[in-house]
Design a protein around this ligand. Structure first.
Ligand SMILES: [Zn+2]
Length: 297
């Protein structure tokens, strides 16, 4: 886990299901799993999961259920197939969902990871009913892990959008930025989407230069996190930079600050006298800050 202990994982990390590729690719095996009285599906309302007594709620699949309307999330430790139902009318998955966010403090890590995968997949299917190549209808296959066009047979796969999120480090301090939408006093790591034709390291260097005007000389990968709003993969990195002079892109950041280890330590301990309010623990930025502190001690 690259220096981050499993007992305090970022949110949506730590899934334990067997993703069961052999079942996905065998319609007979899939039908058998789906028809089994042991099969379960997540109870969801739109893109939100349902929680009771600290666990995700699942239900038996009704006799009227159609396998093509479900995605196979995987096989659990009790050898039960776990599905999510595909529905068309859902809110946009990138939108903030207080209910989904609060699940992070209610259910175990493996269940939150399971829900995150379901959320991203249900959202993707709801938005990919038509072929990007020819405009005809698409239908799910591979147990809901792909769609195929009914006219040109193009295959479409669930997208994952890579995002770099990074701490620039200079002489014992790290760089944190503040977006206008943040709550008061909140500062966090800078972040941005990886673009076509770019490595992770190049994306980190470009974003640091665009947003803060600093020049990265070395970039190190730390840890990653699926982020199901709608389907990002957060790739957390540390970057050495040449100096601490800042030129902010004010369309992205309203402020940025350099913070030393004492300040970061106070913030992640929720000290009200800390120089800033840390990002929430569900976010990988919190874990990146702790990783930086741990690596120094
Ligand atoms: Zn097509």
């Amino acid at each position: 886990m690259h220096g981050i202990e499993r007992r305090e994982l970022p949110g949506f990390v730590g899934g334990t299901l067997d993703r069961a590729d052999a079942v996905r690719n065998d319609p007979a095996l899939l039908a058998e799993r789906f028809a089994s009285p042991r099969a379960r599906r997540l109870v969801m309302e739109g893109l939100d999961a349902t929680e009771q007594d600290g666990l995700l709620v699942t239900e038996m699949i009704p006799a009227s259920g159609q396998v093509d309307d479900h995605v196979l999330l995987g096989i659990d430790e009790a050898d039960r197939a776990i599905f999510a139902r595909l529905v068309k009318d859902v809110p946009h998955g990138a939108a903030f969902s207080p209910r989904s966010w609060s699940l992070a403090n209610q259910v175990p890590a493996d269940q939150l990871a399971l829900y995150g995968a379901a959320r991203s997949l249900v959202d993707w299917h709801a938005r990919h009913g038509f072929c990007a190549a020819c405009g005809a209808e698409t239908l799910p296959f591979k147990a809901g892990w792909a769609r195929r066009c009914t006219r040109c047979e193009s295959e479409h796969f669930p997208r994952v959008d890579p995002v770099v999120i990074m701490l620039a480090e200079h002489e014992g301090r790290v760089l944190l930025g503040r977006q206008p939408r943040f709550p008061p006093r909140r500062y966090s790591a800078l972040a941005g989407f990886v673009e076509p034709g770019e490595t992770i390291e190049e994306a980190v260097a470009r974003e640091l230069n665009e947003e803060a005007g600093v020049t990265a000389t070395a970039v190190r990968y730390v840890v990653s996190q699926p982020w199901p709003f709608a389907s990002s993969l957060m790739i957390a990195c540390m970057a050495d930079v040449t100096d601490d002079a800042l030129t902010l892109d004010l369309t992205e950041l309203e402020d940025a600050i350099w913070v030393d280890a004492a300040g970061v330590g106070a913030a992640i301990a929720d000290d009200p006298d800390a120089p800033f309010m840390a990002p929430p623990r569900v976010a990988i930025a919190w874990h990146l800050l702790r990783h930086w502190l741990d690596a120094r001690s």
